[in-house]
Each structure stands twice: as structure tokens, then as C-alpha cells.
Design a binder for this molecule. Structure first.
Ligand code: FMN
Length: 339
């Protein structure tokens, strides 16, 4: 039976299936069930920069509650709860999980501006986090800050988090960089141990009846996976960092694809929220049976087999695959036959 042991961020994991940052981590029983079903590690939901900087939290809550302007100008934090202010509830949750499971527990910090809040990384380390995942989620909205300036700011955040702790730091990024490999190299030079690709860009729809924004969070589907596979295949030969894949991994087959493209771990949220934490076992079992069918002795042996290292010119390879794909379309019958 294929061996699923893997190394991620310098940590020895029993399996490459990791519980992704999500509300699952709020429920110690669910986390214990996922670990019991074979999860190699657990990432906690995020502690947001806005929770750690009082003024930012006030603005955040104000926007969320849409209460009167007096509340904002007087600095009063309105009651509407996006999440609690301060790190203590989060640290308590981390300690609870630490006591409950032996597998690595990764804390998640979510922020985009350099500032005092990055010092909280030390508290998470002291609270027993095995590693930190820093989520750089943001949507550029200002035409006054260039892409290069935004990247400089993000690298500054990463540098201060890495400088605060001894535990490994991994960074969860979006796909929206002019060059993902160049940005990842900057992260590597800043001292991170891994990257996770990619944040899902939450795309609010418009409700035409209510004339309002529809903010419902839709579950992911495996259709989101190919964007990640493509990035992993390019990053795998280009970096020595640990690679995490998040977004669209629902099955053992999806996990196998991510590993072939170069992932060290797959981070799963939607599928566990949908089917329950024990779904980890189904993903693991199918991954093992696929590895066995193909004659791989371990997931490590399969890792990166389909990355871009075999292409003498990855840029031309990506262009060629794109042109081939467009050229492969012959008629709408092609689409009718799709599953
Ligand atoms: C309800 C929910 C809450 C989430 N909360 C966080 C979070 O706090 N921090 C974070 O980095 N990602 C968060 N995520 C994103 C997931 O960790 C994951 O990256 C994303 O959902 C894509 O993986 P999936 O296709 O397996 O869902 C959340 C996802 C969901 C569905």
C-alpha cells in the first residue's frame, strides 16, 4: 500500500491531506474526527489583522453594521460582530486544539499592511502553533498604488512575520500577480518555508431583485482545481519551498492531480464542510488506491511527475498548451459530450 507520509514546511506529516483554514477548526470534535480519519495537519481559521488593530476593527464593524456615522467618528466599536476583537479567544482555541490532537496545528494570520499586529505571530508560536500560515488576501482597489508597490508592502508584512518567530511560515496567495513565480521567489528570499496556492477570490454576485450585493459564499467545485494545478506545475521546479494546494480538492483523484503537479499537501475545506470531517478518509483511501494502481510506492514518488521540469522552455510550454487547447475545439458536439 502506497506510503502517504510527506514533509511540509519541515514538519513530518502522516498524510498530505490537510484540513484547510475554515470553521472546522472551531470545533475540536470535528478536528479530532478529521485527524482520526487521516488528516496530516490542521490549519486554523484566520486571526485577522482587523481583529488586532482597534481602529481597523471599528471601521470593519462600521461597514458591516452600517450603523450611524456618529459611531464611526466617536471611535465606538458598533456591536455588529464580524468576529471578536483581540487575540485571546483565538489563542484559547489554539490551545484547546493543541491539547486535543498530536498532529501539527497551524495558526493562520490574515493581513496585508505592515504594522504592530504582526507581533501577534509570537503569541501564536507561544500558544503552541507548529507553523504559521499568513494569508495575504486583498483586492486592489486604489489606482494610486502600483502592483509593484502592493507587492513591496506584502513582502514587508511577510518579512516582519518571519522575523518574529522561529516556527516555519507559509504564505497563502492569490493568483493575481503579474508573475506568480517571481513573487514566490521574493517570498522565499524573505525566509518563508512554503506557499499555498490559491486563495479563492470571493466573488459577490448582484441580486437584481433586492438591488443589493449577494454575498453568499458558494461551495468550491473541482472546476477550480486546474488553475492551481497549472501554478503548481510551474512553481514545482522553480522553488524549493513546500507547496500547498487549496481550492477545488474534493476527492482522492483531485489530490492525486495536485501531487502530480507538485503539491506537498492538499488543503481541503469545502468537501469537509459538505461531507463532514471523516471525508478525509475517503480522499486518503482513493489517493492510496490510485497510487497503487499506477505503481507508485509513495505519494512522494508521484510528486511533481507532471510538473513543468520536463519542458525545456516553460513559457513556450504554457503558450503551446493554451494554443493546443483552443485549437482542439472542433464543434459544439465536443461540449455536448462533456460529462
Ligand atoms: C466557510 C469558510 C471559511 C473560511 N475561512 C478561512 C479563513 O479564516 N482563513 C483562510 O485563510 N481561509 C479560509 N477559507 C478558505 C479555505 O481555507 C480554502 O482555502 C478555500 O475554501 C478553498 O478550498 P476548498 O475548495 O477546499 O474549499 C474559508 C473557507 C470557507 C468555505
Amino acid at each position: 500500500m502506497a506510503d502517504l507520509r510527506t514533509e511540509w514546511l519541515g514538519l513530518a506529516l502522516a498524510s498530505p491531506v490537510v484540513v484547510s483554514a475554515s470553521p472546522i477548526s472551531r470545533d475540536p470534535d470535528a478536528v479530532a474526527a478529521a485527524v482520526d480519519a487521516g488528516a496530516g495537519a490542521v490549519v486554523l481559521h484566520s486571526l485577522f489583522e482587523e481583529q488586532l488593530v482597534h481602529e481597523q476593527m471599528a471601521a470593519f464593524r462600521f461597514l458591516d453594521s452600517r450603523t450611524d456615522l456618529d459611531a464611526e467618528s466617536s471611535g465606538i466599536v458598533p456591536e455588529s460582530d464580524v468576529f471578536p476583537l483581540g487575540a485571546e479567544p483565538y489563542l484559547a482555541e489554539l490551545r484547546r486544539l493543541r491539547e486535543r490532537v498530536d498532529e501539527p496545528v497551524v495558526a493562520s494570520l490574515n493581513g496585508t499592511t505592515p504594522g504592530g499586529w504582526t507581533g501577534y505571530a509570537r503569541e501564536l508560536e507561544a500558544g503552541g502553533a507548529s507553523a504559521l500560515e499568513l494569508n495575504l488576501y486583498e483586492v486592489p482597489t486604489s489606482a494610486d498604488e502600483s502592483g509593484a508597490q502592493a507587492e513591496d508592502r506584502q513582502v514587508e508584512v511577510v518579512t516582519s512575520v518571519v522575523g518574529s518567530v522561529r516556527i516555519p511560515v507559509t504564505v497563502k496567495i492569490s493568483p493575481f500577480y503579474a508573475s506568480v513565480p517571481a513573487f514566490v521567489r521574493r517570498l522565499e528570499r524573505a525566509g518563508v518555508r512554503g506557499v499555498t496556492v490559491f486563495n479563492r477570490f470571493y466573488q459577490p454576485d448582484i441580486d437584481l431583485d433586492a438591488l443589493d450585493v449577494d454575498r453568499r459564499l458558494l461551495p468550491s467545485t473541482p472546476a477550480e482545481l486546474p488553475l492551481r494545478l497549472h501554478a503548481l506545475a510551474i512553481l514545482s521546479p522553480a522553488t524549493t519551498l513546500s507547496l500547498g494546494c487549496t481550492g477545488g480538492v474534493h476527492s482522492g483523484e483531485d489530490a492525486a492531480k495536485a501531487i502530480l503537479a507538485g503539491a506537498h499537501v492538499v488543503q481541503v475545506a469545502t468537501a469537509l464542510l459538505t461531507h463532514g470531517p471523516r471525508h478525509v478518509a475517503a480522499i486518503r483511501e482513493r489517493l492510496v488506491s490510485w497510487l497503487d494502481e499506477k505503481g507508485y510506492r509513495s505519494s512522494a514518488e508521484a510528486r511533481g511527475v507532471l510538473d513543468a521540469s520536463t519542458a525545456p522552455d516553460p513559457h513556450a510550454w504554457a503558450r503551446l498548451n493554451y494554443a493546443r487547447m483552443l485549437d482542439g475545439w472542433r464543434s459544439r458536439e465536443d461540449w455536448r459530450r462533456l460529462p
